[in-house]
Design a protein around this ligand. Structure first.
Ligand code: PMV
Length: 314
């Protein structure tokens, strides 16, 4: 391999959690979909050190590179050029950091001429995610690696299971709206829930269990096994997330107004407490009503495609 000239390009998708954020940390299942927003990463060898574009990603990249070099036994003096171009907003619940971790680990496999072993790519990405987010469930890196629509469950501290959901129905049209980057990090919000659990185990435990039931009903909806109404599932899920106090007042108010016009919305990801709560998943059986509601407010919402391809070499 000519380390100076070889250039590897990969891309990996962001994600939307359809059901089960937070409860997934406590062993309940989650349903998560990859989306049509991707992170593109180019990696090549360099004579020295690590050069990162954009520069503000440098710290994050350096931390990740330490783990990667360690995993592959790469001598620490070997340098790299890394360029990242992402369509996934940062810190809004759409899995931007996991998409980066997955893309970097996949690119490394290609750079050293190894077959893309997705299991290992996911394993390394999880190590990087752990370094940044404390104790994540692993759902973000797993969906970015494999893509599609996943049923995911963290079985123990170091073991999770997942399975591709083969849909029995056509996915509904869904939209997203960004309520703004949360002031709190995912790590902090997950800790807030953990503190709530410690303070009030019975009540919090009940909320988590109910979330698990909603996620199982969501699966029944996708498999057309039961007469489940999607609007109601999203509403129930959102109410339980609000019971965990991970949604800001402003976001709650907006969601109530969406419900009044016959739609439903939920945060997707960790949420946000003081101001922004990150991305909202929006649904209305008549999408035109949702679009006109936001148009009147001069707010642009985006339709998203679910179940896109996982990490790939470009
Ligand atoms: O905010 P995000 O995209 O990192 O999603 C976090 C999902 C949680 O369930 C809140 C945490 C986790 O690690 O699963």
């Amino acid at each position: 391999m000519n380390r100076e000239t070889r250039l590897v390009k990969v891309s990996s998708p962001g994600k939307i959690i359809l059901s089960g954020e937070h409860s997934v940390v406590y062993g309940e299942p989650a349903i998560v979909a990859s989306i049509d927003k991707r992170l593109h990463l180019s990696l090549s060898g360099s004579r020295s050190d690590i050069n990162v574009i954009p520069q503000n990603a440098e710290y994050f990249v350096r931390q990740a590179m330490i783990l990667i070099k360690d995993y592959f036994g790469t001598p620490s003096h070997i340098g790299f050029n890394i360029e990242i171009n992402s369509q996934i907003p940062i810190g809004c619940g759409m899995g931007s950091s996991a998409a980066f971790s997955v893309a970097l680990s996949a690119a490394f496999f290609k750079l050293i001429n190894q077959r893309l072993d997705l299991k290992k790519v996911n394993e390394i990405a999880y190590l990087i995610e752990k370094k940044h987010h404390g104790n994540p469930s692993g759902v973000d890196n797993t969906i970015s690696t494999y893509g599609g629509l996943l049923w995911f469950r963290k079985e123990s501290e170091s073991f999770y299971t997942y399975s591709q959901i083969k849909l029995k129905r056509r996915l509904p049209r869904v939209f997203i709206f960004n309520t703004g980057k949360p002031e709190e990090s995912t790590k902090e919000i997950v800790k807030t829930v953990a503190d709530l659990y410690k303070k009030n185990p019975k009540k919090t435990g009940k909320i988590i269990k109910k979330m698990g039931i909603v996620t199982k009903d969501f699966l029944k909806y996708l498999m057309e096994e039961d007469d489940v109404i999607l609007s109601q599932l999203i509403k129930d899920n959102e109410m339980l997330l609000e019971d965990l106090s991970v949604v800001s007042k402003d976001t709650e108010e907006l969601i109530r107004r969406i419900e009044k016009i016959g739609g439903s919305a939920k945060i997707s990801g960790a949420g946000g407490i003081k101001n922004g709560s990150g991305i909202l998943l929006l649904y209305h059986p008549k999408p035109a009503k949702l679009m006109s509601f936001f148009r009147q407010k001069n707010i642009k919402i985006e339709e998203i495609k679910l179940g896109t391809k996982g990490v790939k070499v470009e």
